[in-house]
Design a protein around this ligand. Structure first.
Ligand code: DHB
Ligand code: FE
Length: 305
């Protein structure tokens, strides 16, 4: 009878059988997840049809490349930020610009300029703005040559690379700050973002009775030698979803103000003429405690390193 066993013995075999050491951490975490899922299936009396529908959904989710969209909507991205914030607080290094989730839509290697650049290709509809400021350390000293990666959505709330209708690196740029740590760029204010309709992601949020909207935002990855690379966003004020982000990523310290500027004097090199909207924002980077922390890389590259 040694191959006839109950669910507790099955769970024990699943979690304990091994032919080599494996990885202890992966083993322990998998054991916890499988144990909890066994219990969920039991407690909710999950039927085979429901279980296989869920597995099929996971397969479609993976095939669509949308796993990183689900994590934000289910709060995992913000959870990781909260845990890092708490660790910083405990270590007494809580200062600098708040972090905010990277989101799943960063692409490395955007076109690089020094000091200033234009993100839009002249075809995007909406309000022209210039964002400018200084990259600083937490004592307020400018960080010359700091690297700023910036990316945002187009007028339909879609991101280049993931949206085949946009040219490569549309609304994505890298800027190296000048000798005084200054940067500036012009673009068109993006609207909010919504998860792709008729997708594995939207199927889940429909079933949860949740919306999939993010308020208007602009993403940044900012780094400088010896500083901890900062992943953050700014929020554009006035959006209906500003306090109801499906990804829970709005942060009070990151809602900027929009300033109306009457004269384009001083902005000629950005081809601005006439009144425009300005956002001023300084980034403040914490000291890095390792060379690793200073690396200017996205979350997937970091995880693979
Ligand atoms: C998602 C999209 C974003 O643009 C973002 O910044 C964060 C999350 C998403 O679809 O999950
Ligand atoms: Fe985004």
């Amino acid at each position: 009878m040694k191959n006839e066993f109950n669910r507790n013995e099955l769970l024990r075999r699943v979690t304990e059988s091994r032919i080599s050491k494996g990885n202890e951490r992966v083993r322990a975490i998998t054991q916890r997840i499988v144990t909890d899922l066994f219990k969920t299936i039991e407690d909710f009396e999950v039927k085979p049809d429901e279980f296989w529908a869920a597995v099929q959904w996971l397969s479609r989710l993976g095939a669509s490349g949308q796993a990183g969209l689900i994590t934000a909507g289910l709060g995992f991205d913000r959870l990781l930020d909260i845990l890092e914030d708490e660790a910083d607080q405990r270590a007494g290094i809580a200062s600098g610009t708040p972090r905010a989730i990277e989101g799943p839509l960063y692409i490395p290697g955007a076109p690089l300029s020094r000091y200033e650049t234009r993100l839009d290709n002249g075809q995007m509809k909406g309000e022209l703005f210039v964002m400018e400021g200084v990259v600083r350390d937490t004592n307020g000293n400018p960080l010359p040559d700091a690297m700023i990666d910036v990316w945002h959505a187009n007028e339909n709330g879609r991101y280049s690379h993931f949206d085949p209708s946009q040219e490569e690196f549309n609304l994505r740029r890298r800027i190296t700050a000048d000798a005084e740590g200054r940067y500036r760029f012009r673009s068109i204010l993006p609207p909010g973002y919504a998860i792709p309709p008729n997708s594995p992601t939207s199927e889940l949020f429909d079933l949860l009775g949740r919306h999939g909207n993010r308020p208007a935002h602009i993403h940044f990855l900012v780094s400088s030698a010896g500083r901890r690379a900062l992943t953050t966003q700014i929020n554009i004020p006035g959006d209906t979803f500003i306090d109801d982000d499906f990804a829970f990523a709005t942060r009070d310290g990151l809602v900027v103000s929009l300033e109306k500027v009457d004269s384009a004097a001083g902005y000629e090199s950005l081809d601005v003429s006439g009144p425009f909207t300005r956002i001023r924002f300084d980034f403040k980077l914490q000291p890095a405690s390792s060379a690793d922390e200073a690396k200017h890389i996205g979350r997937y590259e970091r995880a693979a390193a």
